[in-house]
Design a protein around this ligand. Structure first.
Ligand code: AMP
Length: 545
């Protein structure tokens, strides 16, 4: 029997039409360094329409990719709205990546346009010559000197001048709900970064779920400080979710240090925020030093994820500043919200509540999960058995863009590479990670890429890189290096050799020189052994940098 319901595709176009009209008075605030610039959702919607008209004139049609190379700001939000709602595909480029990685990603996605913030012109100029498909660069800001971008074959435009010449309405395009709306690349565990392509349907469902009371619980009266970068996993869904319910957005642009963030909080009094643990760790240090117990009085809840949030950090915020940290877990491949750690109503007393809140959380309604053992068998949810977490659901990716990577999928389930246990009532606790990558301050460092770069040094015979715990950054890379007989090279020499091959923040700051990298029975680097030796203080580690 067919249902009698209308066949109305879920689309970003509908989300934009609804948000800019029903919530036209809600605001987007962007920090400028000494204050906020403000616009209403109605104004942002009109500017998004101008942007869409301008992009059409530049030839953007069908599902062509429009990339952003931007911090968190109003113009980035305008691209979030305009590009998918005109039927094209928004591609958020990670501004922290090294130029060769950016070039690989933009070429792989075949980006036609890049929108760039004035403060990112210099790094974009380093990479623009290698962007093979980019025809136009739109530079935001008033009277920006963009001469550094000339001469690379792309036409350079002023974003504001283009918008000013266009009408402020656009007939937003209803594409099929399973068509591509946006894409984001994530670090590959081996080889190149991999693209996740979000559909209109996945974005709308994820946004609705993000607003639900068992997730982030956003409402029209919420004021959301979005610290998590808009280039990272669609900023955890916060921008679209906010527009859906009319929550206002506070965007910190590039000012992600504790001092300006605190200034923004004091000035605009957000009640919700989202950021990785490193940001909150820095904020805690500043607050404790300032001895200002009321500084965060407006903040009720903050969502923290991207790396494991230390329970001590959660408790410090709760006890000293009355801020509730919601620990959440997910990945680019899961849009990214997959689980949020709110204690169940049945929790008895504070200890019981904390038992739940320090976990990675309870799966959201749209995300199914299972635990799988090494032999492929499915494990029970008894909070004891440990296995790899596998997920499926309407906002979980089924593949990577132009890259099957069958290893990462298992009978229609995404293999997350995260290892943990699940309680009978569906709370996930992660204990390890099987994928060979390092997460520092919420951003990936590829251990394989570092190893290959180090092994490119003529004096090195072998190198293995592992992530080791770090209070501030979550993890930092430790390089274990075997030097060839008769050669002599220091950690500083190796760092200098790597500089220019990877981003500065990806350079290992800890090094150990060993006789041989431990191997598994099949000859692979046995990184468990290195991590254990480090934990047992059995390695002689030198710091560099
Ligand atoms: P990304 O795709 O960059 O968002 O990274 C996703 C990965 O970050 C996950 O697969 C985990 O390895 C890690 N991660 C995210 N959230 C958490 C969390 N709350 N606790 C521990 N690891 C996390």
């Amino acid at each position: 029997m067919r249902s009698t319901m209308q066949d109305a595709p879920l689309s970003v176009a509908r989300l934009v039409r609804h948000g800019t009209v029903a919530h036209g008075a809600s605001e987007v605030l962007t920090w400028t360094g000494d204050g906020f610039r403000r616009a209403t959702y109605a104004q942002v919607g009109a500017r998004a329409a101008q942007l869409a008209n301008a992009l059409r004139k530049l030839g953007i049609d069908a599902d062509q990719r429009v990339a952003t190379y931007q911090w968190n700001d109003q113009e980035h939000f305008e691209a979030y709205l305009a590009v998918p709602a005109m039927g094209a595909v928004l591609h958020t480029l990670n501004v922290r990546l090294f130029s060769e990685q950016v070039a690989y990603i933009a070429n792989h996605a075949e980006d036609k346009v890049v929108i760039v913030d004035p403060s990112l012109i210099e790094p974009l100029s380093q990479v623009l010559g290698g962007l093979e498909t980019v025809e136009h660069v739109l530079v935001t800001g008033e009277d920006t000197d963009a001469s550094a971008l000339e001469g690379f074959g792309a036409e350079i435009h002023s974003y504001e001048a283009l918008l000013a010449a266009e009408p402020d309405s656009f007939d937003w395009v209803e594409v099929g709900e399973n068509d591509a709306a946006a894409m984001c690349y994530t670090s590959g565990t081996t080889g190149n970064p991999k693209g996740v392509v979000y559909s209109h349907r996945s974005i709308v469902l994820h946004s609705m779920a993000a607003c639900m009371g068992d997730a982030m619980g956003l409402s029209p009266s919420s004021k959301v400080l979005v610290i998590v970068p808009q280039f990272h996993a669609m900023a955890w869904g916060l921008p679209y979710a906010a527009m859906l319910v009319g929550a206002s957005l506070i965007l910190p642009e590039r000012f992600l240090q504790p001092e300006p963030l605190l200034e923004m909080i004091r000035a605009e009094r957000p009640d919700f925020a989202g950021a990785v643990p490193t940001i909150w760790q820095g904020m805690l240090g500043l607050l404790d030093a300032a001895q200002d117990g009321d500084a965060l009085a407006s903040l009720k809840e903050v969502v923290v994820g991207g790396s494991a949030c230390p329970p001590a950090l959660m408790k410090a915020f709760q006890e000293r500043y009355d801020v509730k940290i919601l620990h959440a877990w997910g990945m680019t491949e899961t849009s990214p919200l997959a689980s949020v750690a709110r204690a169940p109503v049945a929790a008895k007393g504070q200890d019981d509540e904390w038992r739940y809140r320090v976990t990675q959380g309870r799966f959201m309604a749209g995300v199914e999960a299972r635990l799988v053992a090494d032999d492929g068998s499915v494990l029970p949810w008894d909070d004891e058995e440990v296995g790899e977490v596998e997920c499926r659901g309407p906002w979980v990716t089924a593949s990577y863009y132009l890259d099957d990577d069958p290893e990462r999928f298992h009978d229609g389930w995404l293999r997350t590479g995260d290892i943990g246990r699940i309680s009978a009532d569906g709370f996930l606790t992660l204990t390890d990670r099987s994928k060979d990558v390092i997460k520092s301050g919420g951003e990936w460092i590829s251990s394989v890429e570092l190893e290959n770069a180090i092994m490119g040094h003529p004096a090195v015979s072998e190198a293995a890189v592992v992530g080791i715990p770090d209070e501030r950054w979550g993890e930092r890379p430790l390089a274990s290096v075997v030097i060839k007989d008769g050669e002599d090279v220091s950690a500083e020499d190796l760092r200098a050799f790597l500089a220019g091959q990877v981003a500065d923040w990806q350079l290992p700051d800890m090094w150990t020189f060993i006789d041989e990298v431990p191997k598994t029975s099949v000859g692979k680097f046995d990184k468990k052994v290195i991590r254990q030796r480090y934990a047992d203080a059995a390695l002689e580690v030198v710091s560099a940098g």
